[in-house]
Design a protein around this ligand. Structure first.
Ligand code: SAJ
Length: 433
């Protein structure tokens, strides 16, 4: 591939990151083959449809599929640039050991079709050293190719690490406009990957080495986790002191160099609650604060369950509404969600007294089966329930006027109703943590 020609691109993994990335590359007129292990996902995309919810993604995918720029397959195809965007969970072995099997399986398939001049870019959030491990795996599979960092001659292929940084709900905008860190195994690899990203990224692309780029991604999400842990700890301290934590944070954040995030029922999703463990696993003795933040944020979920249960027991005649199941506001993603954890624990304890309001859900998740809890709409909850437990700050909850909830006892773990101040035991008033 010469500089001005459009590279043929193969994006491996068509999830929340891979599919929007594939579509944006295709929009820049580079022909893309998207690869996924799921035949259902492949068929859906080849019809010009999508299997995930994301703002404006449906129209974009339909357009690039219709123009023949994006097609999907279950088999990795030869290409000039390979972008790997597969999951990197951790194992539930007590050690939070990173599970790199998806990355290494993708690299193995790429090795099968790799040719001189190609570029491989890993985007999956990964422990430090993963890009080099991937390179070593490919070196073993393809002894005919000279790989970067392992040869004193000009390498045959380039390998780089470039983490995604996008926020669900804003993925297309952030994929285009966010700055990117591009870490090459060698500076030449970084330059090659940089030329590729410049085709579709408007943000500034900064080059570095692969290990620094890997750590940079983990540090970004750990920074957010530590900040939220600080807010969650403050919420418990503020309750003990009879203070409104949101008022305290609002005031403190007026200082030009203070920016405290918001407390909540815990930290969910597949990034902030996972990535810090990759640092802890790599440096268990040294990563003290990062581990403590994870523990504080996980403990907050149990704290909320206990306080909510006490509130339900203190109001024996009342029906109880848990507002929200999603892992954060205004999205339909219920995986790794503290709200879902809290609501299901309450359902298991209090059965049919519990109603759940989740405008993004068609039915309750499996762990609610047999509990007697029901999914209701917000109007029903406001009519029937004497206890309201706010678990997600969906806009639809935020805008409920005071008059419609003034007779209920409120436990607002997200601070969405600042008009309901005071002691939690009284109707219409709220509890912070
Ligand atoms: N949360 C709070 N308080 C806050 C902010 C968030 O309790 O003030 C909670 C949310 O409710 C949610 C969790 O934290 O349960 C995570 O939500 P989030 O909005 O902080 O982050 P994610 O997981 O949607 O996306 C993060 C982003 N990382 C950073 O902002 C540093 C995103 O840019 C990354 O691309 C993404 O992780 C990722 O894929 O790694």
């Amino acid at each position: 591939m010469r500089g001005e020609e459009k590279p043929q691109v193969c994006v491996i993994g068509l999830g929340y990151i891979g599919l929007p990335t594939a579509a944006i590359i295709a929009r820049a007129n580079c022909p893309v083959t998207g690869i996924d292990v799921s035949q259902h996902v492949v068929d859906t995309i080849n019809r010009g449809e999508i299997h995930i919810e994301e703002v404006d993604l449906d129209g974009l995918v339909r357009g690039v599929v219709q123009r023949g720029l994006l097609k999907a397959s279950t088999q990795v195809q030869p290409a000039d640039v390979f972008v790997i965007a597969v999951p990197t969970p951790f194992e539930h072995d007590g050690q939070h050991t990173p599970d790199l099997s998806y990355v290494m399986a993708a690299a193995t398939e790429v090795a099968g079709v790799l040719k001189k001049g190609d570029c491989i870019i890993l985007e999956s959030t990964s422990p430090v050293g993963t890009t080099e491990t991937m390179r070593d795996l490919i070196a073993g599979l393809r002894p005919d190719l000279k790989l970067p960092g392992l040869t004193s001659e000009t390498p045959d292929v380039a390998i780089a690490y470039c983490p995604e940084r996008v926020l669900p709900g804003r993925i297309l905008e952030e994929l285009t406009n966010n700055d990117r860190s591009i870490g090459g195994i060698t500076p030449r690899c970084a330059r090659k990957a940089l030329a590729f990203y410049k085709r579709f990224v408007r943000g500034t692309c900064v080059t570095t080495d692969a290990r620094s780029a890997e750590m940079c991604k983990l540090v970004e999400n750990s920074f957010r986790d530590v900040n939220i842990a600080f807010a969650n700890e403050l919420s418990i301290i503020a309750d003990k002191m009879g203070l409104d934590v949101w008022e305290v944070i609002r005031l403190a954040n007026r200082h030009p160099r203070v920016n405290i995030l918001q407390p909540g029922p815990g930290v969910g999703g597949h990034c902030i609650a996972v990535d810090p463990w990759f640092i802890v696993h790599g440096a268990p003795e040294e990563a003290k604060m990062i581990r403590a933040a994870r523990d504080i944020n996980d403990a907050k979920m149990h704290h909320v369950v206990a306080r909510a249960a006490a509130l339900v027991e203190a109001n024996p005649g009342a029906k109880v509404a848990c507002l929200g199941l999603a892992f954060k506001a205004n999205i339909d993603d219920f995986r790794e969600s503290p709200a879902r954890f809290v609501a299901s624990r309450l359902a298991q304890k209090f059965g049919s007294r519990i109603s759940v309001v989740e405008p993004y859900a068609a039915e309750l998740p499996r762990e609610f089966d047999g509990t007697g809890a029901q999914l209701v709409d917000i109007d029903t909850a406001l009519e029937e329930c004497g206890v309201l437990i706010v678990l997600v700050d969906h806009d639809i909850f935020r805008v409920i006027p005071f008059e419609e909830r003034s007779s209920a006892v409120v436990y607002d773990t997200r601070g969405i109703w600042p008009d309901a101040l005071g002691a939690p035991e009284k109707p219409g008033l709220r509890l912070a943590s």
